[in-house]
Design a protein around this ligand. Sequence first.
Ligand code: SF4
Length: 71
Amino acid sequence: MPTLTRDQHFADQVREFDFRYRCLDCNFVNRTDLSCSMAYPNQMLLDPQVRPMEREGVYVFCKYFELEELA
Ligand code: SF4
C-alpha cells in the first residue's frame, strides 16, 4: 500500500478543504489598496502564484492571518 509523504498529504488537504492563507482572504487587508492594515509587507501573499508550501517544503503563511467572515 503506498504511503503519502507529509508534504503530499498537506497538498491534498489544501485542495480538499480550500485552504485560505492569502491576504485577499484576510480580515486585516485594506480593501481599497490591498495593503495590510497592520503594516506588514504583503506583496508575496498577494501574489496569486504563491503556494502554501514552497518546493523546499517550507510553509508560506502569515501568523496574523485571520479569515475574513463570509457575507
Ligand atoms: S495580517 Fe498577514 S495575511 Fe493579513 S493582510 Fe496582513 S500580511 Fe496579509
